[in-house]
Design a protein around this ligand. Structure first.
Ligand code: SAH
Length: 359
């Protein structure tokens, strides 16, 4: 039975599914989930991520990790955790750039948090050279009680989120139900207490949608607790907004095009924009960790994107130089990934995530 048929049957038996449960099934179902069963990345896949656009992305993150590791006192025992490593490209580029600091490489113990067995295999293949350092984890609970540097590119957006919709003067959870045999959005019959939502939700017009992502907040909160207790830092990159707002950001992508979120469950990528303000609040609740959020374009330029492109292109033919120019543009230009994507850095009080090394 297809995932679509199973979802329909479940709705017939138990009633509508929350957006969060629907997304978790579509992405993580062991047999037919998008991440567990499909091959999503790259030029031939459904979407292309920054590490797959250019090696420079992972290399500059590598320089950031080396710099932060030095700043936290160059601990000999520490873990480099990557969440949702895709094909392992970012980690491979990171480790190559990190060779500028042999002590860092020596100290690094890599743990990959990955839901898909298929992708775990592909990560192992890409990271063969570092096989003695690499291991996989199912949860951040497994990260040892040492300092840890956490990184993740387009990981948070893939974690399930919830939506609430204003209808008949009340807020209701937005659900996926069935109408005429087709999946459709419906408002939950129960009223969601306005007291459980931010003040800004009061007085909003009918049809307004508000999103929350407890799973993302829980992860970020867990990371900040780890940094506060054991030391470390984090670099989380995703598309989203720096101020919480209203609106439906649930989206599906297939074959590099936007698709319908309710059609072809398991065969399209589902994400929503990350609300960085909510994540910042989750970190601040901890009280011991500082947060810095900048646009991806600014982060990469300050880390030396142009210099790196210049080095890689030097003495090469115009085809290679043109490819590098296009990659710089794609990663950093404001009308491309430069401003939509944000970089959130966490570091212990007094250590700035933004103090870039000299280039
Ligand atoms: N960072 C990579 C891949 C981004 S796609 C890149 O930039 O190319 C999201 C990644 O997160 C995939 O590797 C996916 O399998 C993984 N993932 C999604 N949900 C997850 C979960 N709940 N736990 C662990 N990994 C997850």
């Amino acid at each position: 039975m297809s995932l679509l048929q199973r979802i329909k049957r479940q709705i017939e038996q138990d009633g509508p599914l929350s957006v969060s449960d629907y997304m978790a099934l579509c992405l993580g179902d062991p047999k037919a989930g998008y991440y567990t069963a499909a091959t999503p990345f790259g030029r031939k896949g459904d979407f292309i991520t920054a590490p797959e656009i250019s090696q420079m992305f992972g290399e500059l993150i590598g320089l950031w990790c080396v710099s932060l590791w030095r700043k936290i006192g160059a601990p000999e025992k520490y873990t480099l955790v990557e969440m949702g490593p895709g094909r392992g490209t970012l980690m491979s580029d990171l480790m190559r750039a990190a060779k500028i600091d042999a002590d860092f490489v020596q100290a690094t113990d890599i743990r990959l948090l990955e839901i898909s067995n298929k992708l775990r295999k592909s990560q192992g293949e890409t990271l063969k050279e570092h096989a003695d350092k690499v291991g996989w984890i199912d949860s951040l609970e497994e990260v040892r009680d040492h300092p840890a540097i956490f990184i993740g590119n387009e990981f948070l957006d893939a974690l399930p989120f919830r939506q609430y919709v204003k209808k008949d003067e009340h807020w209701h959870e937005r659900m996926v139900g069935l109408q005429g045999g087709k999946l459709t959005f419906v408002a939950d019959v129960g009223i969601y207490p306005e007291a459980g939502l931010p003040d800004a939700c009061q007085g909003q017009p009918e049809g307004t949608i508000f999103e929350v992502a407890p799973a993302r907040e829980a992860i970020v909160s867990r990371i900040s607790r780890h940094i506060a207790s054991h030391g470390g830092a984090a670099l989380l990159i995703d598309y989203g907004h720096c101020q919480s707002g209203f609106g439906d950001t649930f989206q599906a992508v297939a074959g590099h095009q936007y698709a319908d979120v309710l059609k072809k469950p398991g065969q399209v990528d589902l994400t929503s924009h990350v609300d960085f303000e909510a994540l910042e609040r989750a970190v601040q609740a901890n009280g011991k960790v500082d947060v810095t959020i900048v646009d991806q374009g600014r982060f990469l330029l300050e880390m030396g994107l142009l210099q790196r492109a210049g080095m890689l292109g030097s003495g090469k033919n115009t085809g290679v130089q043109e490819e590098l120019r296009a990659a710089v543009e794609r990663l950093a230009a404001p009308d491309q990934m430069g401003t939509l994507f944000k970089v959130m850095m966490l570091a212990p009080h007094g250590i700035s995530g933004l103090d870039f090394p000299d280039q």
